[in-house]
Design a protein. Structure first.
Length: 262
């Protein structure tokens, strides 16, 4: 099998702050990481490679040149190859334009059986890029994959997570599967794997390599735009009631009455 994994470098959300005046993300000094759900997607691909000899895993990402460090991490985890789609023409892309670029990159790689992606990226939380990429490639897709049950000659049987359970789906290959954290636990890198990762070549492609028009990618091709990001104002400190159950109930009723809630 030939497996392609879509991965994204994202800012560590534990360190992200928002400029209160401009309403934009402060990215300076914020560390970047491999998107967590994408790490689960990569692990799923690597587990299949372990089970099926001869399987290859290629990681593809769209981003600035510094995303090469994230791709090195993917190689150190065990990926065989990696390629980065990087150009100023791709900048400012929303999910629509991003999926167009990723689909073009995947077509250039060619000859794939399964395409894995994370459920969503922690910097956008849209969960749209995986399904949109499948649509642009004309492939069937299953989102929220929590378990891979069986790989057949022409199909794959997976479990798709629901709010109150799961459903079992058999999907035709080639296909796109988006992973959730319940699917697996991503493996750690070893020192030797990290050393080997820096010896491998990573392909870097721009719009000319992908044969796409600048009008179809990046900000120009993005119908959705974020006008402002902001941090909600902190809530006031809570008040703890004390006393017997009857006393606390009476005090609560009094306070709710004062606020005209009841």
């Amino acid at each position: 099998m030939k497996i392609i994994v879509c991965a994204k470098q994202v800012p560590d959300t534990n360190e992200v702050k928002i400029d209160p005046i401009k309403g934009t993300l402060i990215r300076e000094g914020v560390p970047s990481i491999l998107n967590p759900d994408d790490a689960n997607a990569l692990e799923a691909a690597l587990e299949l490679r372990d089970q099926y000899p001869g399987t290859t895993v290629t990681v593809i990402s769209m981003g600035p040149p510094q995303a090469l460090y994230m791709l090195r991490e993917c190689l150190a985890m065990g990926a065989d190859e990696a390629c980065l789609l990087s150009s100023r023409a791709f900048g400012g892309a929303d999910t629509c334009a991003t999926s167009t670029t990723l689909a073009a990159g995947i077509k250039k790689i060619g000859d794939y059986d399964i395409i894995f992606a994370g459920r969503q990226a922690i910097d956008g939380d849209t969960a749209q890029v995986g399904p949109q990429t499948a649509q642009r490639l004309g492939l069937p897709s299953v989102t929220y994959v929590r378990k891979i049950r069986e790989i057949k000659d022409k199909t794959i049987i997976v479990e798709r997570a629901l709010e109150d359970g799961f459903e079992v789906i058999e999907i035709q290959k080639p296909c796109v599967l988006t992973a959730i954290k319940e699917l697996n636990t991503p493996r750690y890198m070893s020192v030797m794997q990290i050393e080997e990762a820096y010896k491998k070549e990573i392909s870097v492609w721009d719009e000319f390599d992908l044969d796409v028009s600048p009008d179809d990618v990046g900000l120009t091709a993005s119908p959705t735009q974020v006008f402002r990001s902001f941090t909600p104002p902190p809530k006031g400190a809570g008040e703890m009631l004390s006393g017997t159950v009857s006393e606390m109930a009476a005090a609560l009723i009094e306070k709710l009455s004062e606020k005209h809630v009841i």
